[in-house]
Design a protein around this ligand. Structure first.
Ligand SMILES: [Zn+2]
Length: 116
């Protein structure tokens, strides 16, 4: 399978993943569920990682005799950015979870509020 075919599949997967993460975020926001909101953020970061890795791979393939290693750094930078964004999400969810334990947050299930 050539690069363009693989890129098309990755972009299609990324689009589906983005749609699902947006729906999950909407349901999580409406029901005040931290789990759904964080999982949607995780999925959205995965979507960005797919696009970023695709761009990095394209950049790495464009190596020339003069720049044999330089463009492969893009893959490392993309992987680092992905890891860092997941770390930021983990810190935020920890902070939010601690806040919810201290204050308490109702979760809406089937129209009825239930306390955490
Ligand atoms: Zn993931």
């Amino acid at each position: 399978m050539d690069y363009k075919a693989r890129a098309g599949i990755i972009m299609c997967d990324s689009a589906h993943c983005t749609c699902f993460s947006l729906i999950e975020y909407g349901v999580g926001w409406l029901s005040n569920s931290l789990v759904l909101v964080v999982d949607s953020g995780h999925m959205f970061i995965d979507c960005l990682a797919m696009v970023l890795s695709l761009a990095a791979t394209a950049l790495a393939q464009s190596s020339t005799l003069n720049r044999t290693v330089g463009t492969h750094k893009a893959e490392i930078i993309a992987a680092t950015a992905n890891g860092f964004s997941l770390l930021v999400l983990a810190v935020w969810v920890t902070w939010e979870a601690v806040q919810r334990f201290q204050i308490g947050h109702p979760v809406v299930i089937s129209g009825a509020e239930r306390c955490c």
